[in-house]
Structures are given as C-alpha cells and as structure tokens.
Write a protein that binds this ligand. Structure first.
Ligand code: CTP
Ligand SMILES: C[C@](O)(CO)[C@H](O)COP(=O)(O)O
Length: 381
C-alpha cells in the first residue's frame, strides 16, 4: 500500500479576500499552505505528495514552502475544485495505490486524523472524516425561519478524503462535475465510503474570521509549561548582615561573593534560566568580569525574567528554600516574598520563601554558609 496526498490549492480565496489568495496568507507567521504541506510531508505513512496550484502562484508557493525539505510534484489546477482534483489524480507518482485528497485551506490537520483515514481504507474503497451536526437545523429565507430540519444522520464533511486510486480516478472520469467534494463523486459512482471521526480543529479557512479561530487553535497546541531548578551556596565571612532575596537581614556575619552574594535570589534566577534551558548566572554574568563585583543580584534576576518574557513565558510560581541554622528566616520571609514578587512582576501568592536547618549537620549545620534551593514554573499560554 503506497499512499500519496493530493493537496488542492488552486482556488482564489475570494471569500477571504486580501492581496493574495488565502492559502498564501500568514497564519501565526507561516503561510497557510506551508503548514498544510508540512503536515503531510512529515507524516510517516504518506510517501508521495502532489500539490495542485493555480498557474499564477508558482512564486507564492516557493515562498510558502521555503525551508521545507520537500519532494513534491506540483501541477496546475483547473477552474473548479473537482477539476483541480482530477489534475492531481493524473499526477500521482507511479506505484501509488491510495490517495488522500485534502484542501490546502485546512492547515491544522492532525497526524491522528490522517492515520484514521488511512486505516479505514483497509476495509473500504473510500473513507472521510466528518463530525455529526449538533446544533438544531432550520431552513430559512429572507431572514425568517421557514421550518426546522431534522439533523439526525447529518455530518459536516472534512478532508483528507481517502480513496483507492483506481476507484476514485474512474469515479471522477465518470462524473459530470460540480461536486462539493470527492465523497460526492465517489457516491455517484457507487463506491462505499466510511465515515471516520473528524476533528473540530481541522477547520477550513473560508472567511477572514477563520484566521483568528485557527490562530487560537494553534496557540492552544503550542502551550508550553516548563519547570527549572536552581541551587546555590555562599560561605559566611566577617560582617554584620546578609542580603537574602533583596532584604538586608541583621546577622553577626556576612556572605562572601563576587556580587552581593544573595544566595536565595541566585537560586531563583538559575531556576528561571534552567526552565528556559538558557545557561546559568555564571554564563550571563561571569565572575571574572569586574563590572559585576558587588553588583546587586536584582540585575541577574531581572535579566532572567526578561529572557522568559521575550520568549513569551510568564512565571507561574517560584518556590525557594533557604538552608541555614541562622539567621532565622521566618520573621523576614514576608518581606523577602514581597521584594521578590516586586522584582519578578508577579503576585505575592506566586512566590514562596521558606527555610529549614540541616539539624546542625554539614556545612550549613556548622554555620559555615547558606545554601538555597529553588523551583520555578514558566507557562507560555
Ligand atoms: N479551482 C479550484 C477551487 C478550489 N480549490 C481548492 O479547494 C479547496 C477548498 O476550496 P475553497 O475553500 O472553496 O477555496 P477557494 O475556492 O479558494 O475559496 P473561495 O470560494 O472563497 O474563492 C481550497 O484549498 C482551494 O484552493 C482548487 O484547488 N481549485
Ligand atoms: C471539500 C470540503 O472541504 C468538505 O467540507 C468543502 O466542501 C470544500 O470547500 P467549499 O467551500 O465547499 O468549496
């Protein structure tokens, strides 16, 4: 079984309008047709690709698929959709036994939907995705409802519509033309067509507002949640206080470091870089660089927060644990949270600062320094 996808894209997109046909207009930064072609090119069960183009669109097509490693045949389409499908059917590579006929204007087709159509062709000469009609239906005229229309047994047809090649070629050859889709052509030839489960996201860009709908779907699909962790240690030295989370805490020692040695803020900063897979503080602010000597650590934190925002992430929450016998953190934890929330531009209930001793064990137990451990979650909606 060798499957070829035929993507029909020779229409003019008159209902959408614009300076170029809808399939060449950008959808979240990438041409509609570039997305459609990429979906089939990446599908492991699809070995051939035929794209049916309007004769005027060669340059637009080249631009739409630039950067894709594509082995596609392109052919000129006709004046109607079914004429374009017929042109595609004549151009499929030798050895093709099954074809998937798909609208170039349906860029959000999912691999699982393609799988369902291909699987159904094992037992039927035709298979197409569809969704049952769930709204009530009426017939209407002149802005008035004439009568309800029964919706039982009604489906909304989608593509790709799959067929055994010889059967659909013969069906198209015998059809007078004017069919809405290839299932209509197949049925006219007496072919059996299986209905497979469609997908609400597999919408067809038909009107201008469909771009906004498709962008919403894409945003949902690209939602990203990341977590990062950070760990830091600073040793005590002579002094009269430490800076923790931007708050000066009185103590009989200070923390030693190239910057202000704010161990808590460093751990949170590294957790943000970690979630972004974007290195660590030492990489962005090398200790060998004298300009960071004694620097306030909020410079580092604000840098990491800005890097996250640039990539479209917001900070969902940060959780910091300070490990030390002294100074006591409880009395100043509220002030630390408030300062961290201010610096990170997040609500107070998204930042936690807590502390533990190490039961007098290890270097923190011997009061040689403070350790800090942080987790951060980033969300890109
Ligand atoms: N002569 C045609 C007409 C349509 N199509 C393709 O068939 C698919 C479904 O058609 P439709 O959404 O109606 O696209 P257009 O014909 O371009 O839209 P309009 O009717 O608004 O002009 C589209 O991918 C379209 O490019 C085609 O290849 N050849
Ligand atoms: C083939 C099709 O996508 C099935 O829903 C649809 O019929 C083609 O688009 P058109 O707007 O009907 O031309």
């Amino acid at each position: 079984m060798t499957v070829t996808a035929i993507i029909v894209a020779a229409g003019r997109g008159t209902r959408v309008g614009g300076d170029r046909p809808k399939q060449y207009q950008p959808l979240a930064g990438r041409a509609v047709l570039g997305r459609t072609v990429a979906a089939f090119a990446a599908h492991p069960a699809v070995s051939g690709l035929v794209v049916v183009l309007h004769p005027d669109d060669a340059d637009l097509f080249a631009e739409a698929v630039a950067g894709l490693d594509l082995a596609a045949v392109t052919v000129p389409g006709g004046a109607t959709r079914d004429a374009s499908v017929q042109a595609g059917l004549m151009a499929v590579p030798r050895g093709t036994t099954r074809v998937l006929i798909h609208d170039g204007a349906r860029p959000l087709v999912a691999p699982a939907l393609i799988d369902r159509v291909i699987a159904a062709l094992d037992t039927c000469p035709g298979a197409a995705p569809a969704l049952p009609v769930t709204d009530a239906l009426w017939r209407g005229e002149g802005g008035r409802v004439l009568a309800p229309h029964p919706r039982e047994g009604l489906f909304r047809a989608q593509t790709p519509q799959g067929f055994h090649l010889d059967a659909i070629r013969a069906a198209h050859a015998a059809h007078p033309g004017g069919a809405a889709d290839d299932v209509e052509v197949a049925l006219a030839a007496g072919l059996d067509v299986a209905i497979v489960e469609g997908d609400e996201d597999n919408l067809k860009i038909t009107h201008r507002q469909d771009f906004a709908r498709a962008e919403r779907v894409l945003r949902e699909k690209t939602m990203d949640i990341r977590t990062g962790n950070g760990f830091d240690v600073h040793a005590f030295c002579e002094g009269d206080g430490v800076i923790l989370c931007g708050v000066k805490v009185p103590h009989d020692k200070a923390l030693k470091g190239h910057s202000d040695a704010d161990v808590g803020m460093h751990a949170v900063t590294d957790a943000i870089y970690g979630a972004l897979a974007d290195g660590d503080i030492g990489q962005h602010f090398p200790p060998s660089d004298p300009q960071w000597k004694g620097a306030a650590s909020e410079i580092f934190l604000k840098h990491a927060v800005a890097r996250a925002a640039e990539r479209g992430y917001r900070i969902a929450n940060a959780d910091l644990t300070l490990i030390c016998e002294r100074p006591k953190i409880g009395p100043v934890a509220g002030a630390m949270r408030a300062e961290m929330a201010r610096l990170m531009g997040i609500d107070l209930d998204r930042i936690s600062v807590k502390a533990t001793t190490s039961e007098q064990l290890g270097f923190t137990g011997r009061e040689e320094g403070i350790a800090a451990l942080a987790s951060v979650t980033l969300v890109r909606p």
